[in-house]
Design a protein around this ligand. Structure first.
Ligand code: IVC
Ligand code: ATP
Ligand code: AKG
Ligand code: FE2
Ligand code: MG
Length: 334
């Protein structure tokens, strides 16, 4: 079975065996590790969409790839809108345009060549339509439940590496950035806007790490510089096997916020594009990150928020409440 493809098809008897084990809830010791066949689902909710195999795959691995989920027509509209935003033909309130650290201090070029990522496009009707695509939201509900909030939006435009490897994204857990819980009701949808493989810096994941805890994150000690807020897991263990997710245009990966992941450098001359949204169940709760490993990112986010909004009495919760949007159901807590 291909670990990088969520659409796994076990042998003809595989499905029956899994269902039987699930129903009888009897651990079959000595044959197959029961860890492969949990009798209780923790990371997915009961739903009519995911196959039993897909549920087991996500439960075990912390991610699920669905092929060809977003149409080329939609992707081209996101690409055109992105270009307009980079050229400043349109401005959108709240939108953050970020340049790569390697060119951030060079002369400003009003073009996509200078942009590594845009964030917080919740006020852009074209890009935000990605977050409401019914075929995406239908999968999202399997993880968040019926009250769906879009918490964080990004279009990542990984630039050709300028020779300093700064186009890499260090290995991290997205939960480091999020002051809300429970983690199991949060999911990221990340769609490849073109073919993405190791040459242009695909997503790299460490399967199963969603079962662990949130780790301490810091800036990695990279000689060529690191992008602002690109924290990585401290003392990341390079010996744990990683899986490279090679994806075609429109393929979408759903992944858990504790899954350790990153992305490699872009060795091509093109700008590698992906669009993503982090969703959470609206019934999640904000937490206070004071005294936790997340204090360092809170400090940075609040410094940037002060620059952006000019308000000194904002809290981290306020920042998240301002940019999040209800997608479906009722906005309860978040
Ligand atoms: C799950 C998810 C949340 C994971 C993630 O998304 S991780 C990444 C999160 N990233 C962010 O939230 C975005 C952080 N970026 C920003 O807030 C902005 O792009 C800023 C870094 C503040 C730059 O804002 P901008 O309006 O472009 O302002 P300026 O061009 O005047 O630059 C201000 C100072 O920042 C520096 N800068 C700009 N871009 C970068 C960069 N990519 N990496 C490191 N430093 C950078 C720039 O050199 C300038 O510094 P000084 O010249 O003042 O020393
Ligand atoms: N020496 C390292 N220490 C910590 N993290 C690393 C190291 N090398 C790579 N990584 C991380 O692993 C991910 C992939 O990085 P990298 O650029 O090496 O690409 P790759 O996918 O490993 O491709 P290849 O090894 O084929 O060049 C990125 O998140 C990167 O930050
Ligand atoms: O390189 C990518 O597209 C992934 C970025 C990522 O993991 C993030 O911004 O949290
Ligand atoms: Fe991430
Ligand atoms: Mg490598």
């Amino acid at each position: 079975m291909q670990v990088h493809d969520g659409n796994v098809t076990p042998g003809s008897s595989g499905r029956l065996t899994i269902i039987q084990r699930h129903l009888t809830a009897v651990p079959l010791s000595g044959q197959v590790s029961t860890a492969n066949y949990p009798t209780k689902f923790c990371y997915t909710l009961d739903n009519n969409l995911l196959t039993t195999e897909q549920r087991h795959f996500y439960e075990e691995n912390g991610f699920l790839v669905i092929k060809n989920l977003v149409s080329s027509v939609d992707i081209e509209s996101f690409r055109k809108q992105f270009e307009k935003l980079c050229k400043k033909e349109i401005t959108i309130p709240g939108l953050l345009i970020m340049r790569d650290v390697a060119i951030a201090k060079s002369e400003y070029v009003p073009d996509q060549k200078a942009v590594t990522k845009i964030q917080d496009f919740q006020e852009d009707p074209v890009l935000f339509s990605y977050c409401s695509l019914p075929q995406i939201v239908k999968y999202v509900e399997c993880f968040t439940g019926p009250n769906v909030m879009a918490m964080h939006t990004m279009l990542i435009n990984k630039p050709p590496d300028a020779g300093k490897k700064s186009s890499r994204h260090p290995m991290h857990q997205d939960l480091h950035y999020f002051p809300f819980r429970p983690a199991d009701r949060i999911v990221c949808a990340w769609t490849a806007m073109e073919r993405i493989d190791r040459t242009n810096g695909c997503l790299v994941v460490v399967p199963g790490t969603h079962k662990g805890v949130l780790k301490q994150h810091d800036y990695p000690e990279w000689e060529g510089g690191v992008n602002k807020m690109y924290h990585g897991v401290r003392d990341y263990d390079l010996s744990i096997p990683r899986v490279h997710l090679v994806m075609e245009k429109g393929d979408t990966v759903f992944f858990h916020p504790l899954l350790i992941h990153g992305s490699g450098m872009n060795r091509t001359a093109g700008f590698r594009k992906a669009i993503s949204c982090h969703y959470a169940g609206a019934d999640c709760n904000y937490i206070d990150v004071k005294g936790t490993s997340q204090e360092n990112i809170e400090k940075e986010v609040m410094e940037v928020a002060y620059m952006r909004y000019g308000l000194s009495d904002l809290t981290l919760k306020d920042v998240w409440m301002i940019k999040s949007r209800i997608i479906k159901g009722e906005r309860t807590n978040l």
